[in-house]
Write a protein that binds this ligand. Structure first.
Ligand code: ZN
Length: 316
């Protein structure tokens, strides 16, 4: 039988399709994505043995060689899951279909689960989406740009009482800079820093020395000329100068702003990096049909280790 998420029917993945397939088929889907090399037959995560006893009633396996008991989600980001496999797939379908992201509150209503369950699940999906970004290396033409999020200071009602919010002493100190490195027709890598210039060491880690960098006139980027063939476009004059532009970086920020304004309202604070990486994944996969997107997320989730940040989050 062909894998559901790879079938033609899944190209327009709907919640109806997820619920119609039922719990057994949803479970098979997770097995096949966890153990593709054996077509979904369990492999002991401790010793690699492919012979297991199947404890069908509890959807668990026991290794013939080392007697280790495990499930399809053991050792993955979905370890100690509370939701059914159908609900997990439904959550993923809802999540990938939200071009501007999905609020945990909406996910909890749509799935009829507690808010905290939806909140943690959404963050685990973001973590899975970011799995490959950590080790990525960019090449070719790479656009680099930064934008500031958070730290909004509300102006006083009376003009006479207002402070100059451009001055450092009148800011909240909560403002954070998201820097995007975006390969033309390729991948996007976001980072959270205090100011643009602080991203230069990160560029060193993630952009090949043979790459050509396009950046705007921001003085934080002056240091890039020493390491790369760097071209600048002065945005106070024009947006494109002889083919040099940061339009792809701008598209990324446009999506991140829409996620902020339309869905999460504030994406500053401790989770800004998670939202920034989610936006990069959505940008890079925007032309991929939603069935394949869901498959990619399940795949990444099954390849992601138990989350250090979100494991037992509410028990802390
Ligand atoms: Zn074993």
């Amino acid at each position: 039988m062909q894998h559901f998420l790879l079938s033609a029917a899944a190209r327009t993945l709907s919640l109806k399709a997820v619920f119609r397939m039922g719990e057994d088929a949803a479970y098979r889907t997770f097995c096949e994505l966890r153990w593709p090399e054996t077509d979904g037959e369990a492999i002991c995560p401790r010793c690699g043995c492919t012979e297991t006893y199947n404890i069908t009633s509890r959807r668990k396996f026991k290794c013939v060689a080392c007697h280790h008991q495990f499930s399809v989600t053991s050792g993955t980001i979905f370890a100690s899951r509370k939701l059914s496999f159908t609900d997990l797939l439904a959550a993923i379908a809802i999540f990938v279909n939200g071009a501007k992201g999905i609020a945990a509150l909406q996910l909890s209503r749509d799935l009829d689960v507690q808010y905290k369950t939806a909140f943690v699940l959404a963050h685990k999906l973001r973590e899975a989406m970011a799995l490959e970004q950590a080790s990525a290396k960019l090449d070719g033409i790479v656009e680099i740009d930064g934008a500031y999020f958070g730290g909004y200071v509300k102006p006083e009602n009376n003009k006479a009482d207002r402070k100059d919010r451009r001055l450092l002493e009148n800011r909240s100190g909560k403002r954070q800079c998201v820097v995007i490195m975006r390969e033309r027709k390729g991948r996007s890598l976001p980072f959270v820093v205090a100011s643009e210039g602080e991203a230069v060491p990160l560029v060193r880690d993630h952009v090949g020395t043979l790459a050509t960098i396009h950046a705007d006139e921001g003085s934080g980027w002056d240091a890039l000329h020493a390491g790369w063939d760097t071209h600048r476009v002065n945005h106070s004059i024009q947006f494109m100068d002889k083919g040099v532009c940061t339009n792809q970086a701008e598209s990324y920020f446009s999506r991140l702003r829409r996620m902020e304004v339309g869905t999460h309202h504030h994406i500053a604070g401790p989770y800004i990096g998670a939202y920034a990486r989610e936006a990069a994944w959505r940008e890079d996969n925007r032309r991929v049909d939603n069935g394949s997107q869901a498959s990619m997320v399940v795949n990444a989730a099954m390849a992601s280790p138990v989350s250090r940040q979100w494991k037992g989050y509410w028990q802390r």
